[in-house]
Design a protein around this ligand. Sequence first.
Ligand code: ADP
Ligand code: MG
Ligand code: MG
Length: 239
Amino acid sequence: DPLLRVEQLHVSREGVPILQGVNLQAQAGEITGVLGRNGAGKSTLAYALMGLPAYAPSKGCIRFAGEDITDWSITERAQGGLTLAWQHPARYEGITVRDYLKLSASGAGEAELTESLELVQLAPSYLDRLVDKALSGGERKRIELASVYLMHPKLAILDEPDSGVDLLALGDILSLFRRLAQEGSGVLIITHREDVASQCHRSYLMCRGHIILEGSAEAVKRYFLSQCEPCGDNAPEMS
Ligand code: ADP
Ligand code: MG
Ligand code: MG
């Protein structure tokens, strides 16, 4: 059985159907990509997987680690090993990066914390910095990704992990995901960037609330670049 199996998932927002029968799977030890233009329904999928009440499916089923979690709360899913890195991370103003990271891995020692920062190319001195406005969006994002690494979740869902991170840093972030997968986690990367999707073991192309293609990252990237334009043109702009 795959770690995650989504079957015929339907999600509406304010009476408008957004996800319209999404099917996908993610395996432990692999990076799975969901590629789609702005407005395709990617964040909606992420929130539905994490169990946000406003995104409760009207139809369909989510199976995770051998259980039907469709009706589970966010807390139950988190305790079951599901983690979501938000597109716009929550702020924990005023606590140190060390304390923020320890929220993710209460037993972590100094060496582990330092290693997690190293994986996102931040110096150990960041542990004593405050999580506040003095951190750039990119630094904040890297710290959040370090915390996801420290959690060692069964499945990490990453909604646009590249947003706010400069191009140069992209390679570093991908190596963090590879490391997570090597250590046995499933990684689900949600992105509008075909260069990110092409680093995945397997990819899905999402368009207007449907998965329209499943296959190798290369095939999905090719299709995305050649055929998927209208999806972006007609979709409303969302941040
Ligand atoms: P993506 O993450 O791929 O950019 P979203 O999941 O954010 O896409 O949005 C998918 C679609 O759902 C968009 O057409 C958007 O306008 C619509 N949508 C998102 N949130 C709401 C909402 N609260 N009410 C109504 N429609 C929404
Ligand atoms: Mg969007
Ligand atoms: Mg989004």
